[in-house]
Design a protein around this ligand. Sequence first.
Ligand code: PMP
Length: 396
Amino acid sequence: MDFPGSAPASKLPQVGTTIFTEMSALASEHGALNVAQGFPDLAPPAALRQAVARAMESGANQYAPMAGNIRLREWIAADCEQRTGTTYHPADEITIGAGASSMLFAAIMALVSEGDEVIIMEPAYDLYAPVVRLAGGTVRRLERNLPDYDLDYQGLRTMLSRHTRMVVVNSPHNPTGATWGREDLEELHRCLDGSDAIVLSDEVYGPIVHDGREALSAAHHPALAARTLIAGSFGKVLHATGWKIGWLAGPAALMAEVRKVHQYDVFSTGAPFQAGIAEFLSQEAGQTHLAELASTYTALRNRLCAGLRDTAWSFAPAEGGYFQVLDYAAFHSGSDQDVVRDWTRAPQGIATIPLSSFYDPSHPLRTESTRIRVCFAKQPDTLDLAIERLRRLAGS
Ligand code: PMP
């Protein structure tokens, strides 16, 4: 159908179809194994599915409250207080939205204005930068230090200015699996102390940490928490990304502004999902699920890493989350953008994500990176097939 006028200028001229959509489509076209897009093929716990079904049957089918199901907000507050010692008031400091994405969107739209700068640490999840632009802000990109993708505090100090409105952080990190430690919280606090900068802390993989690491939140540091909005996702922690239930916690004055956007955007989301999640998390089955979550994913990470250990793939095991970065420089010299497409189209192919897609399109890594991201949130059989195909690529 032709639009009968001249179309408005694009607000996001640089944005096309995301690499995640493209790789999933390419994988299904060529019958490739898809370890590209970040979703688990593990089923949500049976007790959770039953709790959601019960919520639907018992009538939780109309609008949930704008700020979210109160039992679920109370659970988020109690869980956060128990883990970190920081108290958020369910009435005005916690909001539930359509996945963490909708709350990250609302936070940036509500708090970033024309002329504001937002610092994003690259490589970075792809949502932040376009939303900053939609809000009229300017993206300032700070690279994480190689080889471990640590945060660059020296760079942060140099980049901070009176225009800095927001600093976006993400741990456990997508795509690299890097996690932060107590000293990072302190460093970040010291860098920002005395400024007006808000921290947007994307903690959607929060409890998923490996090798006995501490599952650290910005809420573990009270002074940092006072300037921070924390995003969480039940999709990630309950193997239910399709339900799109996420949350945001932070100081009431900031949350009041975020809710002004949320109420005209998402307004209210998935009433029976929220009610069922609240019921499940109050049961022993819910507590057991959360207690076992990290070890479930560590076992899958270990399976992948063990399967590739004696090959030409090089990697450092992910510290958290459910992505593993792999480097093929030892056996292939093409750029990751070309290579992942070739490997997806190949017979018995495998779809992964090029790491360079998590950098600005003008970054030199777009043509020089030899790294890919693999999602290991997969059943052991799927993972074994991925290992077999990755080994074959490396000539093993
Ligand atoms: N942040 C990061 C770092 C993510 O990886 C994702 C999901 N891919 C999200 C936010 C969005 O979470 P949700 O599905 O709850 O919207």
